[in-house]
Design a protein around this ligand. Structure first.
Ligand code: ADP
Ligand code: MG
Length: 244
């Protein structure tokens, strides 16, 4: 059984059909890229998977469970984590406290009541900051970070609950070339314990880090397969030529 299986996903907004039977299958420890032209339904599919939108039709299974009717919180508890284009960082807090809050959200009420967490979590906070090359900024306000660093902080926060699946919608938007390269490096190690679905416009970036790709066009899956299969696919080449 795959880790995630979304099938027959339809999403209608008024008169507009944003998704028309879209599907996505992701295995364990797989990095999966979701690509397609602007407005093709990528973000809507991510939201239907994460529970931020309710599909008009279709089924989402995750870790052998039908989660179609689960709330976003229930999905998070089942091991799904997402970071969207809009930031969840609290800019006036330090990086340390942003990560601490994300970790505390995973703790039991009992731990919080007895204030057992700050000491216990200190090592975890510093490990995460180090992993995302932010340790030397631990006690700066998050607002002082560069755009790229803020994205890395958010990815670190999205990983605080040790998810089995991380969903990233255009994490490298607005990043410099160097920041993109570093983002690729920072994501690689998480593959040991987590799968990834990533929406990206930068095809070089996605080809470098992903195992498999799904291409959507006008709310439907145009192709799904390994990076080389997709690169060789004639209809995929056509939509990208059409866009250029
Ligand atoms: N909340 C919404 N209400 C109405 N239309 C929406 C909404 N969200 C997305 N859409 C429309 O659905 C289509 C797919 O959007 P989206 O999933 O954001 O595409 P992508 O992420 O591939 O650029 C677009 O035509 C968009 O305008
Ligand atoms: Mg989008």
């Amino acid at each position: 059984m795959p880790l995630l299986e979304a099938a027959g996903i339809k999403k209608v907004f008024g008169k507009l059909t944003a998704l028309d039977g879209a599907a996505l299958t992701v295995g364990e420890n797989e990095f999966h890229g979701l690509i397609g032209p602007n407005g093709s339904g990528k973000s809507t599919l991510m939201k239907c998977i994460a529970g931020a939108e309710v599909p008009t039709q279709g089924k989402v299974s995750f870790v052998n469970t039908d989660i179609t009717a689960f709330t976003p919180t229930e999905r998070a508890r089942a091991g799904m984590s997402l970071k969207f284009q809009i930031t969840s960082v609290l800019p006036t807090l330090t990086l340390y406290d942003n990560i601490l809050l994300a970790l505390q959200a995973q703790c039991s009420l009992l731990d919080l009541v007895f204030s057992r967490t700050r000491g216990l979590l200190h090592d975890q906070v510093m490990t995460m900051l180090t992993q995302f090359r932010l340790a030397d900024r631990a006690f700066d306000a998050a607002a002082a970070l560069s755009h790229g660093q803020q994205q890395w902080l958010e990815i670190a926060m999205a990983l605080a609950g040790k998810p089995k699946l991380l969903l990233l919608d255009e994490p490298t938007g607005g990043m410099s070339l160097e920041e993109r390269r570093v983002t690729g490096e920072l994501l690689q190690p998480i593959k040991q314990h987590c799968s990834l679905v990533i929406v990206e416009h930068d095809l070089d970036f996605i080809r470098d880090i992903c195992d498999r790709l799904t291409v959507i066009d006008q709310g439907k899956v145009l192709a799904s397969g390994t990076v080389s299969e997709i690169q060789a696919n004639k209809s995929v080449q056509e939509i990208y030529l059409r866009r250029a």
